[in-house]
Design a protein. Structure first.
Ligand code: ADP
Length: 251
């Protein structure tokens, strides 16, 4: 905590040796009136999850962190905070380790085409009354040799760098970068966010295949709209896709 350079994020910090899921615990804590910026970290998670309740493997050595935000944003803009988190994560891996990290739409962070971190944004309760967002962030850091049953091959910082990183340092830099992103969004700079996101995006202007409800759409990945939807160019005709409904492949 001495390493923190943030105003709010991580100022309230709860650390556990083991949790079922940092997001789930933080969701419970919302009911106790926890404040903006509260962070929960666990050394390992026993039932961490990704999107759509898919399992997220969280062995010891990773950074398993959840963050409570009460941003001054509409629900539509708050949903963009998962994009902000991707940017902050990729930026952090570049800042600290010089890695060319990328973002695979919607929000997997990859290095050398392998998934190194994941993000899970959840709204706690009714947005209209409490306006609380939980951001779960998992970084595969100091472990190696794991094979996850995953569409995308996975990797860890240790595998790539060949040494163990300082997790406190990593968390502090991540929260610092994320706080800047939250503030910039609160100031209304959606364009800046989209630009930064696009600069990290993997596969822009390249052919991709997207599967939605059993149909495969093949086109060129043009980027994202301000609301985060993916823009696909199908021979001059644009289609958009929301992250909840599709999966994206190169090709
Ligand atoms: P996606 O959106 O890419 O499917 P999610 O964010 O939903 O991914 O994460 C869950 C999936 O990620 C799991 O189904 C599994 O394939 C993979 N996975 C699980 N744990 C890890 C991990 N620690 N690192 C990388 N990938 C993982």
């Amino acid at each position: 905590q001495q390493e923190l350079r943030t105003q709010a994020l991580g100022r309230q910090l709860f650390f556990f040796a083991e949790l079922s899921s940092t997001n789930d615990l933080l969701k419970d804590m919302v009911r106790q009136g926890r404040e903006h910026g509260t962070v929960v970290i666990a050394r390992r998670q026993t039932t961490g999850h990704g999107r759509m309740q898919r399992a997220w493997e969280s062995p010891e050595g990773g950074l398993w962190l959840s963050l409570l935000l009460k941003p001054r944003l509409s629900l539509g803009d708050a949903a963009k905070l998962t994009l902000s988190t991707g940017v902050a994560l990729a930026q952090t891996l570049q800042d600290l380790y010089g890695l060319a990290a990328g973002i695979k739409w919607p929000n997997d962070v990859v290095v050398q085409g392998r998934k190194i971190a994941g993000i899970l944004g959840e709204v706690a309760g009714e947005w209209t009354t409490v306006q609380t967002l939980i951001l779960g962030i998992g970084v595969n850091a100091n472990f190696s040799g794991q094979t996850f049953s995953s569409k995308l091959p996975a990797t860890t910082l240790q595998d790539i760098l060949g040494y163990e990183v300082n997790l406190n340092h990593l968390a502090a830099q991540l929260l610092f970068n994320l706080e800047k992103e939250v503030q910039s969004l609160e100031q209304g700079d959606v364009q800046g966010l989209i630009q930064r996101w696009t600069s990290f995006a993997v596969g822009i202007n390249q052919p991709v295949r997207i599967e939605r409800a059993g149909t495969v759409y093949a086109g060129i990945f043009k980027g994202i709209r301000e609301d985060g939807e993916l823009i696909l160019d199908l021979e001059g005709q644009e289609m958009t896709f929301s992250s909840g409904e599709v999966s994206l492949r190169a090709g």
